[in-house]
Design a protein around this ligand. Sequence first.
Ligand SMILES: [Zn+2]
Length: 176
Amino acid sequence: MSRLKKYLLHFRGVPEGRYDYKYIVKDSFFENFPESVIKKCEVNVGVTMAIRSRFIELKFNLIGIINLDCDVCLDDFDLPIEYNTNLKVSFSKEGSDITNVYDHIILADTENDIQLAQHIYEYIHLCIPSKVVHGLDKDGIRECNPNMLAKLEELRPTIDEEEIDHRWDKLKNLKF
Ligand SMILES: [Zn+2]
């Protein structure tokens, strides 16, 4: 995890105020997360850390491209993304609770730093649409690989009349 060291924000002893950080997340970032469905990307991440007397507010702005495999033609393509979110960090004597990575984490009073990598990882993955498919070109035609589409069309099963089970036809005539 040493490669993620630059995502460690130090706050202990830092005076109240706003501090800005910039990161460029590239392919190597995901080597730390082998379960990631994203392997390639270039995302600019701006982070503003506002240190208040009792808590810390983090603002994230992500903008860039992620490379995904199309669900339809399986070719990869670059998807532009933009994501903005806030994260509140408060402190507790009871210990850390960083299970809610999306809007509020609690750090133990003894912590000195916040590791942002897991948060950035989750935010980038939130940008993946439920259906990953090529976009449309200026003529409204989907930019899928035409060779693959032709192959899929060939392989589409055709229903053979012989294979239809006629025993179910009787059910259609039943009146309830
Ligand atoms: Zn496609």
